[in-house]
Design a protein. Structure first.
Lengths: 266, 259
């Protein structure tokens, strides 16, 4: 050892460097969580009295009752169709929307307009949108399809738009230099670079829409969700379980197919 | 046949990339542009085909003023200027043939382009040019499967199939090994001579630039500081363009290669 007299103590800096501020934040957050717990009336008494009811409810679900198969089948098919139609609509409309929502392609006012649409479409969960559309267009799969297409479009506009913003600008430049017009620049300079992402997102979207299509039926927007809701309402828990099993099976199959296809795209 | 008058480019950041450059090219010659990084070489070449919008000044090609053209007219003017890039800028996911034919995008309709229905004469010419640059049999390979030298050959063919009246070449060899770099420069020089068109070549490698050029232009801080034949390039010239340095070895390298 040479000249050093004492070892230098090294400590990683705290995320919030000012100790007063740091402790204030920790104390306030802890206090608020405790207050919220108290305010929400989370207590053991309710937990204890509810537990037997949950067990009873669970018992009454078994065995699942598939006797109303034609009704289940109709609902499931309707959900599937809603998912496929709404996905098709949204992946077609997503092309102009995401070009508009990409800063490097779009002009300023189109960009702002497209982004505004994306923000609105993404800020409402499907069930809320479904309530609005059911009020406007009446019950059935029609408002359901509109709901799914609308929310899916927000999803695609954001993710595909960001994919377009991240493309290699050199390839776009090269196509511009050939004298190609705007549309042909998109076709050769942009599309090949985002095509795998587009296909992957489209499949993922079908997956999402299928799940959502089973839920929005609860508020009357068509599909199997309505049947599920009715079954619960009539205390037919065994039928409800049958419907749930069918939904889970479909979602699993979709999951399997989409992971296969996306795996091949890499 | 080609003329740039008092070209000025000031970027929105306030950076003065070009401060009034004038260049006339009246015959099919290879013009190497020397200059340190940030001297405005890239901006100069991109102001010619208006990938970068010049602030002021004029560019003429065969008597037509390119500055001031809009929309369809600008696209038509760009068809007459072939560009070759530093990073090749091929469409990585498309095949060699699609990349080559993209040079003819200015001549086909949108649906033709979309469904790859290019006229047979374009396809024939693409095959001929690919064979000419040594890429026979590569037409169905994806661009991202090629080596750097092969990619730049595709880049050259894409520019040539435009039937350009001038070639704009931006650092064509900077990503390549020395031997490949020489082969690529030779190819560009030969093909430009063959087609009887001038080529403006931005290049970092002084020796390489001198070897293949008929004329050297020195660009420093957005201004033309030298314009003359390669034989007139001396250590003083290079100091003028790049700044103080011992240039004796750089110059001698050229003489060695000519032996």
């Amino acid at each position: 050892m040479s000249s050093s007299t004492s070892p230098v103590i090294w400590k990683r800096d705290h995320f919030i460097k000012n100790p007063i501020l740091r402790w204030t934040v920790i104390i306030l957050l802890t206090a608020y969580v405790l207050y919220a717990l108290n305010d929400m009336d989370l207590n053991w008494a309710r937990m204890k009295s509810g537990w037997p009811r949950a067990v009873d409810f669970f018992h009454r679900m078994f065995p699942p009752d598939f006797s109303r198969w034609s009704m289940i089948q109709r609902g499931v098919l309707e959900s599937l169709q809603m998912a496929i139609i709404s996905t098709t609509i949204s992946i077609i409309l997503a092309v102009p929307l995401s070009l508009g929502a990409a800063r490097n392609i779009s002009v300023r006012w189109v960009y702002l307009l497209s982004r505004a649409f994306v923000v609105v479409a993404r800020s409402f969960p499907p069930i809320l949108v479904a309530i609005i559309f059911v009020k406007a267009f009446g019950f059935g799969p029609f408002p359901g399809i509109l709901t799914l297409a609308f929310t899916a479009l927000g999803f695609m506009g954001k993710l595909l738009g960001e994919a377009i913003e991240n493309i290699d600008p050199g390839q776009v430049e090269a196509i511009r230099a050939t004298g190609a017009n705007w549309f042909k620049v998109q076709l050769y300079g942009v599309a090949p670079q985002v095509l795998p992402r587009y296909v992957g997102l489209s499949i993922y979207l079908l997956d999402i829409n299928l799940r959502a299509s089973t839920i929005i039926g609860i508020v009357g927007a068509g599909g199997i969700g309505g049947a599920l809701f009715n079954a619960f309402h009539r205390y037919e828990y065994d039928t409800a379980l049958a419907i749930l099993i069918v939904i889970i099976a479909i979602v699993l199959v979709m999951e399997f197919i989409s992971s296969k296809v996306r795996g091949r795209l890499q | 046949m080609f003329s740039v008058k008092n070209l000025v480019k000031t970027y929105p950041t306030g950076q003065h990339a070009l401060k009034g450059c004038s260049v006339d090219i009246d015959k099919a010659q290879i013009v190497s542009i020397f200059g340190p990084s940030g001297a405005g070489k890239s901006t100069f070449i991109r102001c010619i085909n208006r990938l970068v919008e010049p602030t002021s000044g004029e560019v003429y090609l065969d008597g037509m003023e390119i500055t001031g053209l809009k929309g369809r007219e600008l696209h038509k003017a760009r068809r007459q200027m072939g560009m070759i890039f530093q990073e090749y800028n091929l469409i990585e996911r498309l095949t060699v043939m699609e990349n080559v034919l993209s040079g003819r995008l200015g001549y086909v309709g949108f649906l033709q382009a979309m469904f790859r229905r290019f006229p047979q004469e374009y396809v024939n010419e693409a095959f001929d040019l690919l064979e000419r640059v040594g890429l026979k049999g590569y037409h169905n390979q994806r661009a991202d499967a090629l080596s750097g030298g092969q990619r730049q050959r595709v880049g050259i063919v894409r520019a040539l199939i435009q039937h350009p009246k001038i070639l704009l070449v931006d650092e064509p060899t900077s990503g390549l090994d020395p031997k490949t770099a020489m082969i690529i420069m030779q190819l560009i020089a030969d093909l430009a001579k063959e087609k009887g068109i001038p080529a403006i070549v931005n290049i970092h490698d002084v020796a390489l630039g001198q070897q293949y050029a008929d004329r050297i232009i020195g660009l420093t801080e957005g201004e033309v500081v030298f314009d003359g034949p390669p034989s007139k390039v001396t250590a003083e010239t290079l100091t003028q363009i790049y700044g103080e340095e011992d240039w004796s070895k750089t110059i001698r390298k050229v003489e060695d290669e000519e032996d």
